[in-house]
Design a protein around this ligand. Structure first.
Ligand SMILES: *Cc1c(COP(=O)(O)O)cnc(C)c1O
Length: 956
């Protein structure tokens, strides 16, 4: 037969094991075929018919197809503003961070010793935020400006002194999308949004805080010092949303009295991407440090007394505090925060000041030029945004702007223009020409050059920033490209990523993030689109999003998806709010009880409480399954008020629970809705589906199951799928219509969340096809069961299904080693010496490791990992047998740095080779942890959350 029709299959690149390896693993498991293994694993009653998806495309064919789709997007120059601006992403950051798997495939830095690079970049980010806002403490990123504002509102609400106050004053000049999200988030807590400018409003007793947009959405800047003082005198706090770039020139809100400052860091080099991803920031006063949502990076030291970083305070806060957690934020936007921090380091204080000043000067020049033709510019004060009152000429200006491939902002008889980093003198000439033409003038009538040297100030003197920023050496040392490149690479080298070895994190699904899937994300035809661009310029995006909607609906068995939630936890919240709206539409708004199994991920109870629900915990039996009788009893007991069940499937214990359909029925019979947490969807795709099982809503973590890389803790996407009866309630958006009249208000800033990374999941499905996706699921289950079989004799494996099989992950019990002083953390740290990232530690069961290999790991890699864990088990056995000391051993001292192993005063009872090269493969492939074991409690006792000066650190 001829080979002319032969085509390489992407599936064969995505799935790790070769067919020979698959056969070897099946043999090891004692089954004849993959089908037989799947039959033993997935209960027959939930098996779905095969997926109906388009035929798989090769990588080459896919890139051709997506190039054609991208051509349907029109990249007009945006002057829309409204929180999204064109940027200039420095090439050195684009190629070496954004497009570099050494940065984008990392996991959230829970294992600090092999994550010092991104921890440093995130500490730099916090420093940038503190410096620009003038506040004392900042977190390492939130999802977007609107949700950050909502977090600010909620934090100030929780911390309010007068517990009867429930009014949040909102200045009317707020970005509409931010107001939309505030509305959504205010409802469950009974917070009243009162639209009034804090400068004019009566500060009544029922007000707990006030919100100010700075500069205002209409572009003006005003001095709020006295207003803030007056509010504080009445116990009212101030939350400000500020444009970070403007703060290079404006007095930072922290200096005039803001208690919380939030915003986006998009302007620091992050492409608009039709809405995201971008990192939001959150800064506040030191006194609120224990209430801050999200992650905070802090300085501490390691076992050798050296400088080391780690996540501070509320690490995994939701897992501990559950429904009392201060927020449900888990995945944030780490990669984008890292990029913004490098942008700040690359430009430094003077560079950023130059950029901000140029923006302001070009805005002033635009104002002068346009005014010269008889237009009135309404903003007396401004940073970058102008408003021209144009009356009936608006339509003409709009059409002339479109002729010049420019988008302005239009509101009634006003044309708004926001200048940004990418704007040039030539752009200003074009803008002036557009306005001139409508007045019937040629631009030659006015010479812009005449204005250049006599631009008046547009920022009032009392608002001019005087305080310095970015004074730390990290922002003053890397301004040449070589220095920057090497700084980026030096940090990257400290971090273990998927470039080095498998990251077997249970529940997190760290699978292949294929290069071809990533390529289009940084194309300008996807990157340079404003989320509020006119619809006829975005049809490429809409085609991609609509097809992805159809495919994910088929995969989940649901009627429709909403792409607004930009993380799994946001999906949970959105889904619960949709359920709430559904109950309300039936006159059952009193339903407020949410059942959640004890094994649930911490975001579940945290989201439920944000949605105003009362959490009732359902027991799990000794085999790890939901206790169906307990569930029934609680559903019946709360039937009158039952809102929903949140259930993860397969369970977080890694098992396909047989009675899942019965569980759904019990909830429905008692008037509730079933929310499925789709984090474990990787075990379902093609074999079963949430819709088929009987769930009503499910979020997908596209950054787990559908190949969006983890980015060191984000970006992610958490779209929700819903059954037909819930479709009318899917989130809408105030600027761009994306749902019906009954739709709930927005849950994110942008109508399609972090739209540009949807391309990654789109590519994955397009190149895998239905059969390929199903094979991926089958392979993930095979890999997991193979690991289980290899490790069972060494570590007890908790929980399994009826036939002794696990789903796509399993839990290794390490609690038995405690009696010889070995903790699960010691195993996690020792794995670093073997070149591996630890599995998930202590979730969902304390003292255990949850292992998930995914389908993308070959048998060779999986065997290497098993060999490492078995070798570690032997090291534990040596302690158990008394051959190794219970304190002075390789586990307790792990991880070992190169400095420790090569030090002249080695005095350990084990050899250097045992410390660093315990298995032969390491000779070839050694990854050195850059610091020794970090000291957690020291870091929390003295919290240092921005770059310490070198002297300060030396003294500490
Ligand atoms: C990852 C995960 C979540 C949270 O998703 P994020 O995208 O990080 O917000 C929720 N539930 C489970 C079971 C998870 O594994």
């Amino acid at each position: 037969m001829s080979n002319v029709y032969y085509q390489e299959k992407f599936e064969d690149r995505h799935n790790g094991p070769s067919s020979t390896q698959v056969d070897e693993m099946l043999k090891f498991l004692g089954v004849d075929s993959l089908d037989e293994l799947i039959e033993q694993t997935v209960p027959a009653q939930i098996r779905r018919p095969s997926l109906k998806l388009p035929k798989a495309l090769s990588e080459v064919a896919y890139l051709e197809k997506i190039a054609q789709i991208s051509d349907k997007n029109k990249v007009f120059k945006s002057f829309i503003g409204q929180g999204y601006y064109n940027v200039v992403l420095p090439g050195v950051i684009q190629r070496n961070v954004f497009e570099n798997p050494g940065w984008y495939t990392q996991y959230t830095p829970y294992q600090a010793e092999i994550a010092q690079g991104r921890l440093q970049a995130l500490l730099n980010f916090q420093t940038v935020v503190c410096d620009f806002t003038g506040l004392e403490i900042a977190n390492a990123s939130l999802l977007d400006e609107a949700t950050a504002a909502a977090e600010g509102m909620f934090m100030l609400f929780s911390a309010r002194k007068n517990k009867n106050a429930n009014v949040f004053l909102v200045a009317p000049s707020i970005f509409p999308q931010t107001l939309d999200v505030l509305k959504t988030r205010a409802v469950p807590f009974g917070i009243e949004l009162r639209m009034a400018d804090v400068a004019e409003a009566e500060l009544t007793e029922d007000v707990f805080a006030a919100f100010i947009q700075y500069p205002a959405a209409n572009g003006t800047v005003a001095d709020y010092k006295q207003v803030a003082d007056a509010a504080h005198a009445k116990g009212i706090t101030i939350c400000v949303a500020a444009d970070l770039m403007s703060l290079a020139l404006l007095t930072p809100p922290g200096e005039w009295g803001a208690d919380v400052v939030v915003g986006t860091t998009q302007r620091f080099g992050i492409p608009m991407g039709f809405g995201g991803p971008h990192a939001a920031y959150f800064a506040t006063k030191d006194s609120y440090k224990r209430n801050i949502p999200g992650r905070i990076i802090g300085v501490t030291s390691d076992a050798n007394g050296e400088y080391a970083l780690r996540m501070a305070l509320q690490t995994r806060e939701q897992h501990i505090r559950r429904d009392k957690a201060s927020s449900n934020i888990c995945t944030a936007q780490a990669l984008l925060a890292i990029m913004a921090s490098f942008y700040a380091a690359y430009h430094g204080p003077q560079g950023i000041k130059n950029i901000a000043t140029r923006i302001n000067d070009l805005a002033k020049l635009t104002a002068k030029g346009v005014e010269a033709f008889g237009y009135t510019q309404l903003n007396e004060t401004y940073f970058d945004t102008l408003r021209f009152k144009v009356g009936a000429e608006a339509a003409g200006i709009k059409s002339e702007a479109l002729n010049n491939e420019m988008n302005f902002y239009y509101e009634d008889d006003i044309v708004g223009i926001s200048i940004d980093e990418s704007t040039t003198y030539e752009d200003v000439q074009t803008i002036v020409k557009i306005f001139a033409k409508i007045k019937g003038n040629a631009v030659a009538d006015v010479d812009l050059a005449d204005f250049v040297n006599n631009l008046d100030t547009s920022i009032p003197a009392e608002l001019l920033r005087t305080s310095p920023y970015l004074t730390h050496p990290n922002f003053n040392s890397y301004h040449s490209e070589h220095e920057m490149l090497r700084y980026i690479k030096s940090l990257e080298a400290k971090d273990l990523s998927l470039c080095h070895s498998m990251i077997p994190l249970g529940s997190c699904t760290m699978k292949l993030n294929a290069t071809t899937e990533m390529v289009p994300v940084t194309w300008a035809r996807f990157g340079a689109l404003h989320p509020f661009a006119p619809a006829d310029q975005t049809s490429g995006y809409m085609q991609m999003i609509n097809e992805l909607n159809d495919w994910l609906s088929e995969i989940t068995g649901f009627a429709k998806m909403s792409f607004q939630p930009n993380s799994g936890a946001q999906g949970e919240y959105a889904g619960l709010m949709v359920i709430r709206a559904y109950h309300e539409s039936r006159g059952e708004s009193h339903r407020n009880v949410c059942l959640i199994p004890a094994s649930a991920h911490g975001t579940n109870p945290a989201s439920a409480s944000m949605a105003g629900l009362k959490v009732v915990v359902v027991k799990c039996d000794e085999r790890g399954n939901i206790d169906v009788e307990d569930l029934r009893a609680k559903a019946v007991e709360h039937a009158a008020n039952l809102n929903s069940l949140m259930v993860t499937y397969p369970s977080t214990h890694g098992v396909f629970e047989e009675p899942i359909i019965e569980i759904c029925n019990i909830i429905h019979e008692n008037g509730g809705q079933v929310y499925m947490d789709g984090a474990n969807m990787n075990a379902q795709v093609g074999l079963t589906s949430p819709g088929f099982i009987g769930a009503d809503v499910c979020h997908l973590n596209l950054h787990k199951t559908f190949c969006i890389p983890h980015g060191g803790g984000g970006p992610g996407m958490g779209p929700i799928g819903v059954a037909a009866h819930l479709v009318p309630f899917l989130p809408n958006h105030t600027v761009v219509d994306v749902s019906g009249e009954q739709g709930i208000s927005a849950v994110s800033s942008a109508p399609f969340g972090s739209a540009s990374i949807l391309l990654i999941s789109y590519a994955y499905i397009a190149m895998m096809g239905g059969e390929g996706l199903t094979n991926a699921t089958r392979t993930a289950i095979l890999n997991a069961n193979y690991i289980k079989a290899r490790l069972e004799g060494h570590y007890p494996v908790l929980y399994a299904g009826a036939n002794g099989r696990c789903a796509h992950e399993m839990i290794l019990d390490c609690r038995g080693f405690k009696n010889v002083g070995i903790e699960v953390a010691d195993i996690a740290k020792r794995l670093m010496d073997y070149g591996f990232h630890a599995p998930t530690v202590s979730f969902p069961v304390a003292g255990t490791l949850m292992v998930e290999p995914t389908e993308s790991e070959s048998k060779v890699e999986v065997d290497r990992f098993c060999d490492a864990l078995i070798a570690i088990r032997q090291e534990i056995a040596a302690v158990e047998a008394g051959q190794a000391d219970s304190v002075e051993n390789v586990l307790k001292h792990a991880p070992h740095t190169a400095a420790v192993v090569t030090s002249d005063d080695w005095n350990r009872p084990y050899s250097r080779a045992t410390a660093a090269y315990p298995l032969p493969y390491l000779k070839d492939r050694k990854f050195w942890p850059s610091v020794g074991r970090v000291n957690d409690s020291q870091g929390d006792r003295t919290l240092i959350c921005s770059c310490p000066s070198i002297e300060a650190y030396a003294e500490a």
